[in-house]
Ligand binder design. Structure first.
Ligand SMILES: [Zn+2]
Length: 341
């Protein structure tokens, strides 16, 4: 039997190995009904959407190093915007008589360069994925999913009571049908780009994904990763803060176990990489702040006193803040420290 160094050290010292599959770290394979969804369809089955903005900070020049080693500094921000899955799931039955077919051509929100990306959204695929999630993921147990037979019976009932339509929930669904005015506005002001070659570029888009809005979710929400990435955690289990996990696992260890896993789906998901980066950074920050509160004069510093001393520009706190921030890659203090060396 062969054992890796990591495990051997732990076993010799009679310690538990927290980075092991029995510690709720099994990677659950994503079913095909989810992997086959395109970007737009995937958005419709999520509880929240990670939105990442990245800015490149200037050019780096260094004559002594080869060009490919000079990575430009990037600064980014990530927010997790809530998505109303339930309203998205009900979009189809609510609009049954207004929807032209089960496959819609949907445009995204305009980008800064005035481009609108479009793609087909196959609502039957979305519902197939929702049906799977409803059976296997506890987060989705109340989210409606419809089969073609369900839809047929809804349609029959709807035709019977056609006058009593209720559109209250429709507004929070992500998809919206464009009227002629907004369609011509889109076509006059933006250039329309198909996301995949399956759509000819001259087909007129009828639907658009609404802007995701609302307060960003709490980054300390214990279900954040499983809610934002159902394509990686299809059953909603084994996330970073899984409450059933018996041995505590450090943030670094968890992220390592995902990104280095035999299954490459985690490291191939760019949004997840940024998510991990942020989680790691927040965790580093929490550690440093904790350490600082314990080591500063006066010992037991409460958050309130800390805040007051910060506001009064306390010298000791300020110099500590500097060393704290200097460890955070990308901060002003980080670059100031580099400049000094
Ligand atoms: Zn091992």
């Amino acid at each position: 039997m062969k054992i890796c160094n990591y495990c051997v050290d732990k076993l010799r010292n009679n310690k538990d190995i927290n980075r092991n599959v029995f510690n709720r770290l099994t990677v659950i394979p994503t079913p095909e009904c989810i992997t086959e969804l395109n970007v737009f369809e995937r958005t419709l089955i999520k509880f929240c959407m990670p939105c990442v903005t990245i800015i490149r900070l200037g050019q780096i020049t260094n004559k002594t190093r080869p060009q490919n080693e000079l990575t430009a500094a990037l600064k980014g921000r990530i927010a997790y915007l809530p998505v109303n899955v339930e309203a998205n799931a009900k979009f189809l039955p609510d609009n049954l008589l207004n929807v032209d077919s089960l496959v819609l051509l949907v445009g995204g929100q305009p980008t800064q360069n005035k481009k609108i990306w479009t793609s087909l959204v196959d609502l039957s695929k979305v519902h197939k994925a929702l049906t799977w999630l409803r059976q296997h993921n506890y987060l989705y147990k109340d989210v409606p999913a419809y089969t073609l037979e369900d839809l047929q019976s809804i349609m029959h009932k709807r035709i019977a009571t056609i006058n009593s339509s209720d559109h209250s929930e429709q507004d929070s669904a992500l998809l919206k049908k464009l009227d002629d005015a907004s369609k011509s506005y889109l076509y006059e002001n933006f250039s329309i780009q198909p996301l995949s070659s399956s759509v000819p570029s001259d087909v007129v888009i009828d639907y658009q994904l609404n802007k995701v809005s609302g307060q960003s979710m709490n980054i300390f929400d214990s279900d954040l990763d499983v809610k934002a990435f159902p394509e990686l955690f299809p059953t909603g289990e084994n996330g970073i803060r899984d409450s059933m996990r018996e041995l505590k696992i450090a943030t670094t260890d968890f992220i390592r176990s995902r990104l280095l896993n035999r299954n490459p789906k985690f490291r191939l998901n760019i949004n997840y990489l940024f998510h991990c980066f942020q989680v790691q950074e927040v965790s580093n920050m929490c550690h440093s702040i904790g350490h600082m509160l314990r080591s500063v004069t006066g010992n037991k510093l409460s958050a309130k006193e800390f805040h007051e001393r910060l506001q009064n520009k306390d010298g000791e706190i300020n110099s500590n803040m500097f060393s704290l921030m200097a460890n955070m890659r990308g901060s002003k203090e980080y670059f100031a420290k580099l400049g000094r060396m």
